[in-house]
Design a protein around this ligand. Structure first.
Ligand SMILES: Cc1cc2nc3c(=O)[nH]c(=O)nc-3n(C[C@H](O)[C@H](O)[C@H](O)COP(=O)(O)O)c2cc1C
Ligand SMILES: CC(C)CC(=O)C(=O)O
Length: 357
């Protein structure tokens, strides 16, 4: 049952927290180091002001968007997040059901707690994209890509911002995966031994981390559209295009990797200016309102993704909670479009924003 006091997606947060142990909460809610970027992601949206339009002459609002040849009912996608069984016993199966109900594309994490094949079976014909963490072993990365292709996934999202991270909140809580929650797609894969010595461990990690050459390799390996996720630096956006990326997700991993990088909505304009429409841009990080999605679209994104909000919905209401979170955001976006006088996403541009002096 969905609690009756929920009207906005952030209303799910305290309910989710109450249902989760401290361990899972530290993992889901936490960010990197002092969690400054985590806060900025949300705050930066609220600092952007909108320009209202009185008496808009509209007959309908159309939130459809076409990306990589796929028409989506609306521009709100589920970002890849690991281990959904941490918050709900059905894990990604419930998430996929909720996404399908609201016709939202779902990006499935490499570190999902249900196999990518089982999630695809649950989704039917509904659009799924697969998030790939390039593995130390190219054969293993290649095998994951072939599995995603065979299961009908329609795009690859390669996360490029997180070779390492620093999670003090998780450290303080002593975060560990509980029994029964695992990275199901990697089951049975031998993990390379981690050297005892810290410096040696770091060197081993760096030696096996993905490089730009791996992106070029991947481009030649699959025909699926490839998006690079985790770009805030315009130079990286340029490199992404040069290495064959079909799309870019402007993301700082929800403030979970390098603390004090700017909010994604702040980083977006410079990336958009550099990319100049050559490939579609998506954005995630701090999207909590339909107006946030509108602002991202105004500054050059074609769509947005949400992370923590749908995990809160999943924790509270399973598939219904995920669907409800998406429904709230979609309705809020429609309301924001009407009040700024836009009937289509294509009509959303910088003029929905208040011109700053
Ligand atoms: C609990 C959690 C797990 C995540 N796991 C992954 C992951 O497996 N792969 C990935 O690329 N990003 C992962 N992310 C980052 C999200 O894809 C996304 O960038 C971020 O959550 C967006 O910010 P938001 O939570 O403010 O909406 C994770 C984020 C959270 C909160
Ligand atoms: C398993 C982790 C690497 C997943 C992740 O990207 C995250 O927790 O932010």
């Amino acid at each position: 049952m969905i609690p009756t006091d929920i009207a906005a997606v952030t209303d799910y947060e305290p309910h989710a927290r109450a249902r989760m142990g401290e361990n899972a909460w530290a993992y889901i809610a936490g960010g990197s180091a002092d969690e400054t970027t985590l806060r900025w992601n949300v705050e930066a949206f609220s600092r952007l002001k909108l320009q209202a339009q009185a008496l808009p002459d509209l007959r309908d609002v159309d939130t459809r968007v076409t990306l990589f040849g796929q028409t989506l009912a609306h521009p709100i996608l589920l970002a890849p997040t690991a281990y959904h069984k941490l918050v709900h016993p059905e894990g990604e199966l419930a998430t996929a059901l909720g996404a399908a109900a609201l016709e939202a594309a779902m990006v499935v994490s490499t570190q999902a707690s249900v196999t990518l094949e089982d999630i695809a079976a649950q989704s039917g014909a509904h659009p799924l994209w697969f998030q790939l963490y390039l593995q130390a072993d190219r054969a293993l990365s290649g095998a994951l890509v072939r599995r995603a292709e065979a299961a009908g996934y329609r795009a690859l999202v390669v996360t490029v911002d997180a070779p390492v991270s620093l999670r003090n909140r998780e450290q303080r809580a002593g975060f560990a995966l509980p029994p029964g929650v695992e990275a199901a797609n990697l089951r049975g894969q031998p993990q390379p031994p981690v050297p005892e010595d810290e410096r040696a461990a770091l060197r081993a990690l760096l030696a096996s981390s993905a490089r730009w050459a791996d992106i070029a390799w991947l481009r030649g390996f699959t025909r699926l559209p490839i998006l690079l996720k985790g770009i805030t630096n315009p130079e990286d956006a340029e490199r992404a295009i040069a290495h064959g990326a079909d799309g870019i997700i402007v993301s700082n991993h929800g403030g979970r990797v390098l603390d004090t990088v700017p909010a994604t909505i702040e980083a977006l304009p410079a990336v958009a200016a550099r990319v100049g429409g050559r490939v579609p841009l998506l954005l995630d990080g701090g999207v909590r309102r339909g107006t946030d999605a509108l602002k991202a679209l105004a500054l050059g994104a074609s769509a947005v993704l949400i992370g923590r909000p749908y995990l809160h919905g999943l924790a509270v209401g399973g598939a219904v909670g995920v669907a409800h979170v998406l429904k709230i955001l979609r309705t809020e976006l429609e309301i924001a479009m009407i009040l700024t006088g836009r009937s289509t996403l294509a009509g959303i541009d910088r003029t929905v924003l208040w011109p700053e002096a």
